[in-house]
Design a protein around this ligand. Structure first.
Ligand code: GLC
Length: 438
């Protein structure tokens, strides 16, 4: 009883805070596609980002020599932003500093930054400007750990953590350093989202998570945080592994590589095809999440051609299917359609994503209680033929619909079928018995 009364009293506040959250998250929820960029020293030798020395494949010394090869000679931030836009992405997240500590901007904290590389310039500012000019949201990736900063680690050869309680002053020095960098990034760029990484090395108290969140919210209380702040963020970040079942959380983003590497890694040719990337993308859309697709530019600033192709092909598909992507919410259970689906925000349009057309050129939709107004192919003219089976007057079972998909109308990647319903989607989830009425 007491619980019930409490709930009734609290309800208006809960509803209000929910709508404040929804408002803040809206652009992210609608964005669906973001482009991740891993650009740093590792692109010079084409080795793994930071982990190459952490895992002993190369010494810290050798790794750092790459600074003389980081030229950014052919870097064209406007082209980057335009290509991102062309892919259909609505935001981009760039590594301002990875675990090895190399900063892409002119930081006053430490010397390990692009000003002291062969590029001799700040490479982050022009990219952030280009994103803004192209009406794309700005995400800043920042690694909490800094494996080159000697007040963070005991040794750069074998990363060793010291006990903070034994050396609190030393840890304070590190906190000043990294929080100083964050304040610089905030002041320089006022990003829309912060993408933290590496939180696993310390706990939330040690990182001072609350403090950095309020620091970064000072000028923008709606700024978003990913959850790699010991779980204290606005959305979850599964990595590489596409969730098999629909995540319970409302807000999530799958980050994924185009091949098997985050940074430029020329020997890694295990690229996904554009269709395989769209497989992942459609899966994210249908489960109510975002895809953060990574590119790894070369040290001179060019984007490898395989990656450009994927972005451009993706763009062809997203451009043709806008209404089935950005203004949708998660779809219906697979029980009704053997494939990914999405719904319009008002739930009156059902989108069926068809990867491959069955031999008999028909797909099956089951258990939809609504009247169906029409069924079309997105981007094509004309209604599709349908046949209703297993529907009788003496029970409530709504039947099985066979929809014809003419071969000549199929898309190179995914054909999207638009099913216009009368009213909000209403799914039949019961088990039918014998005669229910006569
Ligand atoms: C992991 C890796 C890192 C990569 C990141 C991207 O945390 O440590 O190298 O940048 O995932 O999500």
């Amino acid at each position: 009883m007491v619980k019930k009364i409490l709930l009734i009293l609290l309800l208006p506040f809960l509803v209000k805070s929910q709508s404040v959250e929804q408002k803040k998250m809206q652009w992210f929820k609608d964005a669906k596609l973001g482009i991740f960029i891993h650009w740093g020293l590792y692109s010079v030798n084409g080795i793994s980002e930071s982990w190459a020395f952490y895992n002993g494949q190369i010494s810290h010394n050798e790794y750092m020599k790459q600074i003389e090869g980081f030229t950014a000679k052919n870097y064209n931030p406007d082209y980057w932003a335009k290509l991102i836009k062309e892919s259909g992405a609505k935001y981009s997240v760039i590594t301002s500093k990875h675990h090895e500590g190399f900063a892409l901007w002119d930081t006053k904290f430490g010397k390990l930054n692009s000003m002291n590389s062969a590029a001799r310039k700040d490479v982050l500012t022009p990219f952030v400007n280009a994103l803004k000019e192209n009406d794309l949201k700005v995400g800043i990736y920042y690694s909490l750990p800094d494996w080159s900063y000697l007040d963070y680690t005991d040794h750069t050869r074998k990363i060793k953590r010291y006990k903070i309680e034994d050396e609190p002053k030393r840890w304070d020095k590190f906190l000043n350093y990294y929080q100083g960098q964050l304040a610089e990034l905030r002041d320089n760029y006022n990003p829309n989202l912060w993408w933290f990484d590496g939180d696993w090395e310390h706990n939330e108290k040690e990182w001072e998570v609350d403090k950095i969140k309020s620091l970064l919210r000072e000028d923008n209380e709606n700024v978003l945080f990913n959850s790699r702040l010991c779980g204290n963020g606005d959305y979850k970040t599964p990595e590489i592994g596409m969730p098999v079942t629909r995540p319970e959380t409302n807000y999530w983003e799958l980050c994924v590589t185009m091949n098997d590497s985050w940074g430029y890694y020329p020997s890694d040719k295990n690229y996904k095809t554009p269709k395989q990337v769209i497989d992942l993308f459609v899966d994210c859309i249908s489960k109510g999440g975002n895809l953060l697709l990574n590119i790894g530019p070369k040290a001179d600033g060019t984007i490898p051609k395989e990656q450009v192709t994927i972005l451009q092909e993706l763009g062809k598909w997203t451009n043709k299917h806008k209404e089935t992507i950005y203004t949708t919410v998660a779809g219906i259970p697979y029980d009704h359609f053997y494939g990914p689906t999405a719904l319009s925000k008002d739930s009156s349009i059902l989108y069926l994503y068809v990867r491959d057309i069955p031999k008999d050129e028909r797909i099956i939709l089951k258990g939809i209680e609504n009247q169906i107004e029409k069924i079309t192919i997105v981007g094509e003219k004309g209604n599709l033929q349908q046949q209703m089976l297993c529907k009788v007057s003496w029970n409530k079972y709504p039947g099985v619909i066979y929809i014809d998909i003419p071969k000549e109308k199929i898309d190179n990647y995914y054909t999207v079928i638009e099913v216009q319903l009368e009213g909000k989607v209403n799914l039949y989830r019961e088990n039918t018995g014998a005669i229910e009425c006569n």
